[in-house]
Design a binder for this molecule. Structure first.
Ligand code: EPZ
Length: 433
């Protein structure tokens, strides 16, 4: 197992390009199941989760090829394969996004029920309810979701409400939207997730011949079509990767230029960072999803309140990273987590680095400290690990972040990106440290 060894205290300087979005690319790859024709995707990040999705699609009768740098070609050659096996699903919860596409195209599918996860329970009841309202018969069989379309082979359009106790559901919206794209008649999804990744999936479906309107708003209307065709699409830049590197510049008092930065999808995060006192200068926003910005930070930072919310609110996937920054602000900040109330695995590890944090339920009071101190730390989820890397970059002394495989799920060669900006970070064999 790999670890990162970080010698903190270096101001990051330089230029970096943001990769394609993991959380857009995963459901987009699954949407390739909805046609027999080839689908080509560009700007696909090279990540463990993407390789897992490719493996899952292969097991569902799809040829997945790397046809260029960050380019994948997918084509279904054996639509009789309809089993998403536990062995793959357990490695990646996002496997659930094959459910809607495969059900719509093949009329039946059996997908392992994803288990619990380190950031919370993460049920899939809304996904299943949405598909049932489209006429699917669904039952659980020995840990598998078995879904079947009506005897005509096609799902039926319906009015569906997708709101849950913590807002809408991103992958649930993708699943229902994909399934409705090939259904008979019109579907209206109310309380749909508004995340940019949902818009990316809707745009891809439309490029494949679907008729999806309103993605990015809480009401999505889908006029079902009988079949879809191949397409060539480009994945949007990763707003969470961008936010993480903006925060890396900020926490090290750095001066960093970021290209291919989706500022249009980062409004809440940029607003909070400006409140903290980070300078964010937009150098080019010809395309606000692919802007160039400069992040600089030199003065003392102000404390703030952050509440994670569904988009366009502050993203839960940047909560651990901004917590690292707030540890070094002057005064008391509060973070309230409204998506995953238990997503605080990084708190205990930040305490080991000298942070002053008090958790009460789904909120954490952060009392700024003068400095963080390097320590060996470990996290058991992707974004918590990113938060610890940021803390390590700013800390005095050496920080070893163990279990880097979590980071490899969502950040392409993070150590190389940070080194490019002047960080002293090295990937080593954990057992050798
Ligand atoms: C997506 O997960 C992302 N994953 C997550 O990113 C992200 O944290 C999350 O959206 C929220 O933004 C991918 O896109 C692959 P949800 P998803 O369904 O779609 C509850 C990362 O680090 N809920 O929108 O699975 C759920 O428990 C990952 O990259 C139900 O109650 O999340 C949560 O509280 C981690 N019933 C809330 O809704 C359901 O059926 C939002 O979850 C589904 C969800």
């Amino acid at each position: 197992m790999d670890a990162f060894v970080i010698h903190g205290g270096r101001r990051l300087r330089g230029r970096l390009r943001i990769n394609g979005s993991k959380n857009a690319a995963l459901p987009m790859m699954a949407a390739a199941l909805m046609t027999d024709e080839p689908v080509i995707m560009r700007d696909v990040p090279d990540l463990a989760d993407i390789r897992n999705m490719a493996k899952l699609l292969r097991s569902l009768g799809t040829v997945v090829e790397e046809t260029g740098d960050q380019q994948r070609k997918m084509q279904v050659t054996d639509p009789t394969q309809s089993l998403a096996h536990y062995d793959i699903v357990r490695t990646m919860r996002a496997s659930i996004c094959v459910l809607g596409p495969a059900l719509a195209k093949r009329g039946q599918v059996k997908v392992s029920m994803p288990g619990g996860c380190s950031i919370g329970d993460r049920p899939v009841d809304l996904h299943l309810r949405g598909l049932q309202e489209l006429g699917a018969k669904i039952h659980l069989d020995e840990g598998y979701i078995v879904a079947q379309a009506p005897s005509s082979g096609r799902l039926k359009g319906a009015k569906i409400f997708l709101g849950g106790p913590f807002g809408s559901t991103v992958l649930g919206t993708d699943n229902v939207m994909c399934a409705a794209a090939l259904a008979e008649g019109t579907t209206v999804i109310e309380s749909a997730a508004c995340e940019p990744e949902v818009v990316a999936v809707a745009n891809m479906l439309n490029a494949m011949g679907a008729k999806v309107h309103g993605a990015g708003t809480p009401r999505i209307t889908i006029e079902g079509v009988p079949s879809m065709h191949g397409a060539e699409v480009t994945v949007i830049p990763d707003r969470i990767e961008a936010g993480t590197y903006i925060l890396a510049g900020a926490i090290t008092n750095g001066d960093v230029v970021i290209d291919n930065c989706p500022i249009d999808a980062l409004g809440a995060a940029i607003d909070r960072l400006i409140q903290v006192g980070i300078e964010i200068e937009v150098l080019d926003e010809t395309d606000p999803m692919r802007a160039t910005i400069r992040v600089a930070s030199a003065r003392r930072l102000q404390p703030i309140q952050v509440t994670t919310q569904p988009h366009p609110g502050f993203p839960t996937d940047l909560q651990a990273q901004i917590m690292a920054l707030l540890c070094l602000c002057d005064g008391n900040s509060i973070i309230t987590e409204k998506i995953y109330p238990d997503r605080f695995l990084h708190v205990a590890e930040l305490l080991r680095m000298g942070a002053n944090l008090t958790r009460t339920g789904s909120s954490v009071l952060i009392t700024g400290v003068r400095e963080l101190i390097g320590a060996p730390v470990m996290a058991s989820d992707l974004r918590a690990s990113a938060g610890l890397v940021l803390a390590g970059l700013a800390a005095r002394g050496t920080t070893t972040v163990n279990r880097v495989y979590h980071l490899d799920r969502g950040y392409e060669k993070m150590e190389l990106s940070l080194r490019q900006l002047g960080a002293d970070i090295e990937r080593v064999d954990q057992d050798a440290v």
